[in-house]
Design a protein around this ligand. Sequence first.
Ligand code: 5AD
Ligand code: SF4
Length: 442
Amino acid sequence: MKNNKKIYIETYGCQMNVSDSEIVASILTEHGFENTHEVTLADIVLVNTCSIRENAEERVRKRLQYFKSLRKKRPELIIGLLGCMADRTKTALMEEEQLLDLVAGPDSYRHLPQLLAQVGTGQKAIDTILSTDETYADITPVRLDSNGVSAFISIMRGCENYCSYCVVPSTRGQERSRDAASIVREATDLFVKGYREVTLLGQNVNSYDWKTGNTAINFARLLEMVAQVSPLMRIRFATSHPKDISDELLYTIARNSNLCKAIHLPVQSGSNHMLDLMNRKYTREDYMERIQAIRRIIPGCAISTDIIAGFCNETEDDHRDTLSLMEWVGYDAAFMFKYSERPQTLAADTLDDNIPAEIKDRRLTEIIHLQQKLSLAKNQDEIGKSLEILVEGSSKRSNNQYFGRSSQNKVAVFNKTAAGEGEYIQVKISGATSATLLGEVV
Ligand code: 5AD
Ligand code: SF4
């Protein structure tokens, strides 16, 4: 039943949040709300937030101030906060700054229709209780901002690794896996609708674990089940924890041509001292052994990572260990951050955030420069090869060109031909920058 109320959802942070916003859109459209991409048309603005670094929170605060200014002109506008910042900041944002009408945490999205009804009666509405079993398994996400080719599927929620810098265990709660059959159904449904690539998402997909009858389905098995939806459907996943990326998983990827040959394996630091303080539960040597296993079992597999610069007590030697490990692995790509202390984490409670800002900045810059060099070298290795590219859309620079990705997750740009979005095309690579491959259709 339509209620003529239009919802505008803005998403910050990781892929998981993008996926959550699609779940929210689905729940609300089921209850008669309509989505809009135009904030000026919205009756309700929902901001899906991220707490992982301080600057992410700052961006959200600024945006909320902007929405508050819109409400001055349209007092009936409802402003809601979703996601990881919900529980942590609700009191400050709701009471002190009068910014919000509604706050809903990551496990409360099914209650949004009731919470919005409560706001309609002039009350504020808050629900940030975390669940031990909510996975939204039965909900078919509404694909927002979709290119119609690639989509995310959330396969588990929460995290219990307690890396000492990380706020996720406190904002997203206990780890739980989603019913495997519902994941395969969602992938099949996407394929039928024309999608050709899915990314299976979880904070730590390697610990996926679902029991049905007497059978236990682990992540390797789940990947193979999704791979069988169609050989034309590419499958990616994020994120893996180095401590439990198994040989079984690597052999599964090697065996199935539609399981993409790209692994994101966040290392965070190359120093054993830092890894220990970070509570990562592996050493530099363990990590190197896993990289060797990937290289042995899946030749040509791309490897990307996350790195944190300037964690507590990090010395120049620790920093150099990170640089040398980056060189040794030769990462194809990396997400690089400077450490930002988060409340309610082990590091905030027990360690001193004692690396001065200028040193964090300088170390991060060195890491970024090195990665640019490594990415360029890796991309130049592709020159002369013919790669199978899944076309995603028109290139941002030129309407006469398409862009798409290789199995190794490299972005390639090439002149348009008869093939279109969602099709596979062979492209011969003729040039490379650190971010993009250039080529011609063969
Ligand atoms: N400071 C800086 N980076 C962080 N990350 C997580 N928490 C923090 C923090 N407190 C980074 C890690 C993680 C990625 C998603 O974000 O590298 O893998
Ligand atoms: Fe955070 Fe570590 Fe869990 Fe990743 S694995 S979400 S870094 S606690």
